[in-house]
Each structure stands twice: as structure tokens, then as C-alpha cells.
Design a protein around this ligand. Structure first.
Ligand code: GTP
Ligand code: MG
Ligand code: ZN
Length: 387
């Protein structure tokens, strides 16, 4: 399903509007391109735009908009869209991780795979604030404010990825990230009320900080240990139910076309922990290692992390995540490389941030997924979903 990246309205019938927000026919030469989108509208008068619609479209010249008047990024409808939802409780590192990840994408992290990245203007302006604060001033990001309006969604970051496709053709996707406040992400009624993006998402980054695991409580940031493991397990259960109900599926049914990366965040804190597989926390050179090898490593690391977290008292949470979420892999990342002191980071040295996204891009068909599903003894992942 195609949705507007701003308000998530379905885009079955995009509406062309002029600079005043009034519905217009699309320019003649482009008409055939949009024909199929406009066909359903023929014969029916277009609904008059509301003031809000008009405001949304005012900046635009004639161009395709969603039913609410949001101007769509150029050629948005020509590409498939991967909607990535970040899910995790307060302080899990969602915003910090996303800022570092988007910065790495912007800086050409996918270039060794022949993939270029472009951010839409509107996202870029908002991203710049977070980027400056975290990566230039090296300050902690503020907590993401909770949403007030029911049925609303946070403003996403929208990117376009272009890479080599089959037979030398170019392949491109819209990659849209939603980062909400953790406070509104664990009660099922809040997920329904403020988490509209969760219904549209086809990929999930489920973020867990080390301090929530009983054996790692000494690593918790202030307030983290009070969130408790049970609340995280509930979050995962609620998410798994929501993702299925959004598709009108039974709570126990398998999910097609959706995938999850479970991310153990702030892994810099774990370097000194005895059984943590610290050698897995790094960024192998994408240019030097074929992607399929990288994915085999991801698969292995994933199993080792599951073992580690189970030993730290996380079995219940891990079992729930691995059995209920679609196609999960487990990753360790550090967005900043170190704890903040007095509101600032000594330096920003990320590790492992790209892997979860590489997997989600491969699951979504934008990158080849060779190596991801090697069947290995004791891997224990994805098996529930293969049969
Ligand atoms: N050591 C370490 N600390 C981190 C890292 N990422 C985040 N933190 C700490 O965790 C705090 C919260 O991170 P945020 O990114 O704001 O968390 P969030 O998940 O967006 O939280 P909400 O917006 O409230 O849902 C940061 O201010 C840092 O103190 C990391 O990679 N390493
Ligand atoms: Mg946040
Ligand atoms: Zn919209």
C-alpha cells in the first residue's frame, strides 16, 4: 500500500493542486503518467480543500499531493516505499541512533554497494537540527516530545535510495523513518492512538538498551531500570499484535513482507562485560567484504547476542521477540561510542549502526539477501516463520 510519508493517508488517488491549494488537472504532458491514479476520480467532483489542505499545498506549484494536500516528494509514486518504524521505550536511543544512521547514509555509507542517498528538503531541514546538536556540538538530544493529537504521527525523515538493479537498470526506493516518543509506544491503546506509522510500517527497528536486562542493570541510565523487562516484553507483544491486526491477521499468524531488526543499543557500555561478544561490534568495510559474507556474520552474531542476552536474564523478552516479531535478527550497536557526561559526549564514535538497516533493506528486496537465512545448527532465528 502506498501512503503519504507525512500523514500516512493512502495514496490511491493523489490529487494535483496548484499554488493556492485548489485541485487542478495535472499538467497535460504528464497526464498519462498519473492516469491510473486519477481514474477513480473521474466523474466525481473533487472535494473542496480545507484551509489546512491549502496551507500544506501553498508552497507547491502544481504537483501531486496526498488527499490532505501534502506535496509528495518528486517521483515518490514511481518508487516502492519502505516505511521503517523505530520502536523502543523512553531513552532506548531511538533518536540518537537514527541521527547517526541517517548521517552515515548521507555521508555515503552505502556507496561501496553502488547506492546513493538523497533526503527530501523538508526532512533535511529537520534532520540538520538533530545532526548539529549531536554530531557537531556533541550534546545529548532532547527526549522526543509525545504527540498530542490522536491519530497523528511524528514527522518522518524521507530518503530516496538509488542503486543498481537487475540487468543494469537502476532501482530506487523511498526509505521513510518514523521516530516517536517511547512513552507512547508500549500501551496498546497509545500505539493505536499515536502510532499510526506502525500500521504503515513494513520494517521495524526494535531498540532495547542494555540496562533493561536484569544482569546488566548496573549499566542502566537514570530511569531505565525502573522501566522493567516486563514492560518491554509487553511492548513487543503489543507491537506483534498491532502489526497483525493492521493486516487483518490472526494474532498467531505468520507475517509476509514485514521484517524486524532487534537492536541492542548503547553497546559501548558492554565492551567491558565478560561474556559480551565484543568482537562483533564493529563496522567491516563494505567495499572489502561481499555483502553475502557480511550477512552470514550478521546471522552468526545474532545467535551469539541471543545467547548473551538470555544469560543476562532476558529469555522471556528474547523468546517473545523472536517468536512473535516477523523475521527477526539481533544486532548490537553503539550510536555515540561512549556515555554522555554533563550533557556532552567526549567524541562520537559509532559502531555497528549500518547492519540493522542493511538487513531490513535486503528483507525488503532492495539489496540481495544472500547469506541471511543460512540454516545453521543452534541459530534459533526465523525458524518459526519458515514453516
Ligand atoms: N553510552 C551510550 N549512551 C547512549 C547512546 N545512545 C543514547 N544514549 C543515551 O541515552 C539517552 C537517550 O537517548 P535518546 O536517543 O534520546 O532515546 P529515545 O529512544 O529517542 O528516547 P525517547 O525520545 O524518550 O523515546 C541519550 O541522551 C544518551 O544519554 C549510545 O549509543 N551509547
Ligand atoms: Mg527520541
Ligand atoms: Zn499527507
Amino acid at each position: 500500500m502506498r501512503v503519504c510519508p507525512r500523514c500516512l493517508e493512502p495514496l490511491d488517488a493523489p490529487v494535483w493542486r496548484d499554488a493556492t491549494g485548489a485541485p487542478r488537472r495535472p499538467p497535460a504532458e504528464r497526464r498519462s503518467r498519473w492516469q491510473r491514479w486519477l481514474d477513480p476520480l473521474r466523474g466525481e467532483p473533487l472535494p473542496p480543500p480545507t484551509l489546512k489542505d491549502a496551507a500544506g499545498a501553498a508552497a507547491a506549484n502544481v504537483g501531486p499531493t496526498c488527499p490532505r494536500g501534502h506535496r509528495l516528494p518528486p517521483s515518490f509514486l514511481d518508487r516502492p516505499t519502505i516505511v521503517v518504524g523505530l520502536v523502543g521505550l523512553t531513552g532506548a536511543s531511538k533518536s540518537t541512533y537514527l541521527t547517526v544512521l541517517v548521517d552515515q547514509l548521507h555521508e555515503g555509507a552505502l556507496a561501496p554497494l553502488g547506492v546513493s542517498v538523497e533526503m527530501d528538503e523538508d526532512s533535511a531541514a529537520r534532520f540538520e537540527d538533530a545532526r548539529y546538536r549531536l554530531l557537531v556540538a556533541r550534546q545529548q538530544l532532547p527526549l522526543t516530545p509525545p504527540l498530542l493529537g490522536e491519530g497523528s504521527s511524528p514527522e518522518p525523515f524521507s530518503l530516496v535510495l538509488r542503486g543498481p538493479g537487475r540487468g543494469g537498470a537502476e532501482r530506487s526506493v523511498n526509505l521513510v523513518f518514523f521516530d516517536a516518543s517511547g512513552e507512547q509506544l508500549y500501551r496498546s491503546e497509545d500505539m493505536g492512538r499515536y502510532g499510526r506509522f506502525l500500521y504503515a510500517a513494513t520494517a521495524f527497528l526494535v531498540m532495547l538498551a542494555p540496562g533493561v536486562f536484569p544482569g546488566l542493570r548496573h549499566l542502566a541510565d537514570p530511569g531505565e531500570e525502573s522501566l522493567g523487562l516486563a514492560r518491554h516484553t509487553q511492548m513487543v507483544v503489543n507491537l506483534a499484535n498491532l502489526v497483525r491486526s493492521a493486516r487483518h491477521l490472526h494474532p498467531d499468524s505468520a507475517l509476509e513482507g514485514v521484517s524486524t531488526a532487534v537492536v541492542l543499543t548503547k553497546a559501548d557500555k558492554l565492551r567491558a562485560v565478560a561474556d559480551f561478544p565484543a568482537d562483533t561490534l564493529g563496522d567491516p568495510d563494505l567495499a572489502a567484504v561481499p555483502l553475502a559474507h557480511r550477512f552470514e556474520d550478521v546471522h552468526r552474531t545474532s545467535s551469539r547476542l541471543v545467547d548473551f542476552l538470555e544469560a543476562e536474564g532476558g529469555s522471556n523478552l528474547l523468546t517473545t521477540a523472536l517468536h512473535r516479531l516477523p523475521r527477526p535478527t539481533v544486532h548490537a550497536v553503539s550510536a555515540t561510542g561512549a556515555d554522555a557526561r554533563d550533557g556532552g559526549y567526549p567524541r562520537i564514535a559509532p559502531a555497528g549502526c549500518l547492519d540493522p538497516l542493511l538487513v531490513l533493506l535486503a528483507r525488503a528486496g532492495f539489496l540481495p539477501d544472500d547469506g541471511l537465512d543460512v540454516d545453521e545448527h543452534g541459530a534459533g532465528l526465523s525458524r518459526e516463520w519458515s514453516g
